[in-house]
Design a protein around this ligand. Structure first.
Ligand code: SF4
Length: 495
């Protein structure tokens, strides 16, 4: 593995200089103490000559245009386009990590690492008409200095910042985020300290404390819980999560129960049965939670926002596509006036389209299959003039559908998420100038950042993405025994 990305570094914040040349890092609750030359648990911070440094400043995976729903954020400007920014490293090592190829620094390859400055990020978002930067994927906690610098600059440019995280973060670090982060989408794994210890290798209480802190600071907060088959998908797990939120946050905070796919060290299992996710949702709603959704499940009933006063549909969703149909600009029900708890309602302007293409363009087609309903398209424009990418959905009939246009600057590289957005859609077409270089990547569920393109290799199933983790797999029964959780289901079916 080529790790040249670690060849340069810069001084890190939240440092404590100790005796004998050691330093302690106060970014995450691990509080790693490092001798000269050592790295912390996350492998992206370390001790160089007695000072704490960060190795991943400005280094991350390719920036990607997505939509805000990708981040389990349903109550902040539905349908908004976001610029997603992921880095490398993590303060956790979850056994099922769906981004292990980038979160576990030892597996990061230089081919997957891109370098950006704060100015370049903000400029790219503004130029493409994007209003929200999303700090996401592996985990933004370990990218602290770059997030802090860029989010402050973005705010000056009128952009919003969204922080999607497992939130194993110190209170000092949260204090440094509060001035510039508007939205926190927090992944709470389970209300179970033993689960955190065994499966994430971290601790639960600091995560809960940090979550309460941002809620009390009046930030927009949404919570998601990945329900892992036979590990954390029981009614009791759902009850504990809803109970903690009702006691410590509020019933208006959106809760997303998210379907898991087998990955990393936990491939010897199946996707979460959909009936268990539906049951979890019923449990949380019965307990008094007001906005409970399912993630990674194509189920409009569990994805739409419905008025709690009059049952009117306020936001219609299909997969990652959202359409505001019944909200006032203040986020209230247009019919009965009930507050639906939307922090902001913003309408994206219609994308530019054309009906006919020039004949010289090359068309690439991708069909949705199984659970694969999203695609990353990465395109580089090596020419010295602006070039456009055209894309459209396909319905399997001859009906002609307009092409949407995205324009790239000379030498620009851009990545965009295309997602199944309606019943009857069978795939996507992308049309490009022959000189543009492109890669298509299958997306396995919304939090996944694919690193293998379909041009180099295809996954055999729609269950676990490539590359497959080459190390030892954990037996699910052993994990359950250690956790003392529910016994495995007698009949486990992928829903
Ligand atoms: S961010 Fe956390 S894991 Fe990384 S060095 Fe600091 S304390 Fe250790």
């Amino acid at each position: 593995m080529d790790t040249n990305w670690r060849s340069d570094f810069r001084r890190a914040r939240l440092e404590e200089v100790l005796e004998d040349g050691r330093v302690r890092c106060h970014l995450s609750p691990r509080n790693c103490t490092m001798k000269d030359g050592q790295l912390g648990f996350c492998k992206v911070r370390g001790n160089r000559d007695g000072r704490l440094v960060t190795y991943n400043y400005g280094k991350g995976v390719h920036v990607t245009e997505e939509v805000i729903e990708t981040e389990a954020v349903f109550h902040f400007s539905p349908g908004s386009r976001i610029l997603s920014l992921g880095n490398i490293g993590c303060m956790f090592n979850c056994s099922y990590c769906q981004n292990w190829k980038t979160s576990q620094a030892r597996y990061v390859d230089d081919r997957d690492v891109y370098r950006y400055t704060p100015e370049e990020i903000v400029d790219k978002a503004v130029r493409h008409g994007i209003r929200v930067l999303s700090w996401t994927y592996n985990d933004p906690v370990v990218w602290h200095e770059f997030v802090r610098d860029t989010s402050r600059l973005a705010r000056q440019a009128g952009l919003k910042n969204l922080y999607k995280s497992a939130f194993y973060i110190s209170e000092e670090a949260v204090d440094e985020l509060l001035p510039s982060i508007d939205i926190f989408s927090i992944s709470l794994k389970a209300i179970d300290e033993e689960y955190y210890r065994r499966i994430t290798t971290g601790r639960m209480q600091p995560v809960l404390d940090a979550t309460k802190k941002v809620y009390r600071a009046n930030k927009h907060v949404e919570i998601s819980m990945l329900m892992i088959t036979d590990i954390s998908d029981s009614e009791e797990d759902a009850r504990k999560m809803a109970g903690w939120m009702l006691d410590n946050l509020g019933p208006e905070v959106p809760l997303h129960f998210v379907r898991f796919h087998p990955d990393y060290k936990m491939r010897d299992t199946v996707r979460t049965p959909v009936d268990r996710l539906r049951r979890a949702r019923e449990v949380a709603l019965d307990m008094g939670m007001q906005h409970v959704y399912l993630g990674n499940v194509l189920d409009p009933e569990a994805q739409n926002t419905t008025c709690r006063g009059c049952e009117e549909i306020l936001v219609e969703r299909f997969g990652l596509a959202a359409r505001v149909v019944g909200l006032t600009p203040q986020g209230h029900c247009r019919r009965c006036g009930n507050d639906a708890h939307f922090a902001e309602v913003f309408h994206e302007s219609e994308a530019a389209t054309v009906d006919q293409l020039q004949q010289s363009l090359v068309v690439r087609s991708f069909d949705w299959h199984g659970d694969i309903a999203s695609l990353h398209v990465q395109v580089r424009n090596p020419t010295d003039s602006p070039q456009s990418i055209y894309h459209r959905w396909r319905n399997g009939t001859e009906k002609s559908i307009p092409w949407r246009i995205v324009t790239l600057n000379p030498n620009e590289s851009y990545r965009i998420l295309l997602s199944k957005s309606q019943i009857g859609e069978v795939g996507r077409d992308v049309a490009l100038h022959p000189l543009l270089e492109s890669n298509l990547h299958e997306v396995f569920d919304r939090a996944h950042f694919p690193t293998v393109s379909v041009d180099s290799e295809r996954a055999e199933t729609d269950i676990s993405p490539l590359p497959l983790y080459p190390g030892r797999q954990l037996a699910p029964e052993k994990l359950q025994k250690k956790l003392h959780v529910i016994p495995p289901a007698q009949t486990v079916k992928a829903g």
